[in-house]
Design a protein around this ligand. Structure first.
Ligand SMILES: [Zn+2]
Length: 278
């Protein structure tokens, strides 16, 4: 995980929510002339009328196409999901509201917004609010024909996963071990970070293995790693170098397959992370 700055794109993101509410949800009471916003529906009109797509594209841009949890580089919006930090079905915003972006003044549960006497914004209804939406990958790996989600948004479901990527110094609060496992450092927010690591399953076997491989390759010039995409001899050379133990023989075989190598390359950010850390 690394810091996500929601101020970038905030005016535009809130603008998408405003457009949606004005165009799809606004009603006027003929007697009193008062305006109400009703039938806010993320899976329905918000998605069907293209607002979700606009929000996703904008968030992809501001996150430079990196998954908020595992830092996979997401190729295009078809491979991305929009994560609700406060889950869609949440009955309270408590424990999330300590983060400024999700504080009482910024975000309100959609059901409460729908009933509120005053519907001025902010606060924005949580299911369609810029600050409550981040881009996540689908958590898919080649091992099972990319059917299941093994980590990140879909694997998390509605589990408590506080947005620790809203902490500016999140990277310095995390340790990635040379076996590829990821841990919260002792200190403030340790429990919060731990909750998110567990909920998003960031120590899933395939993720750990990919991070370990980046660790092993941290001293190889990056262009030589890139070359492996097309040069299978080079790839074999590098894999034999990285997986020295006899027990690792199956890993060499696995990453010789193009599918695995391509997924591995989507985690290229770990090259820099390990180079800076070790
Ligand atoms: Zn991910």
């Amino acid at each position: 995980m690394r810091y996500i700055d929601k101020n970038t794109g905030k005016a535009e993101g809130n603008g998408i929510t405003d457009d949606y509410l004005e165009n799809e949800c606004r009603t006027t009471d003929p007697l009193s002339d008062s305006v109400r916003y009703m039938n806010i529906d993320y899976s329905g009109s918000f998605t069907n009328k293209g607002y979700r797509g606009r929000m996703l594209e904008l968030a992809m841009f501001t996150q430079k196409k990196y998954c908020c949890y595992c830092l996979r580089k997401i190729g295009n919006s078809k491979q991305a999901t929009l994560e609700h930090i406060i889950p869609q079905n949440a009955s309270s915003t408590s424990r999330y509201d300590q983060y400024g972006e999700l504080s009482e003044g910024e975000i309100v549960l959609t059901k409460d917004y729908s009933l509120a006497h005053n519907q001025e914004r902010p606060p924005y209804p949580h299911t369609i609010a810029w600050d409550n939406l981040v881009v996540s990958c689908k958590g898919q790996f080649p091992l099972d024909n990319s059917v299941s989600s093994h980590c990140c948004n879909n694997a998390r479901g509605s589990l408590y996963a506080p947005p620790v990527y809203y902490l500016q110094d999140i990277e310095s609060r995390i340790t990635i071990m040379n076996d590829g496992s990821i841990h919260a450092k002792v200190g403030d927010c340790q429990d919060e970070i731990k909750s998110t690591i567990v909920a998003a399953k960031l120590n899933y076997t395939a993720l750990k293995e990919i991070r370990r491989l980046w660790y092993e390759l941290r001293n190889i010039p990056y262009r030589e790693i890139v070359r492996c995409l097309y040069d299978r001899n080079q790839r074999m050379k590098i894999l034999v170098y990285a997986f020295k133990d006899v027990d690792d023989f199956h890993s060499i075989f696995k990453y010789q397959k193009d599918d695995y190598w391509k997924v591995f390359m989507k985690y290229h950010l770990f090259y820099r992370i390990f180079k800076e850390t070790y």
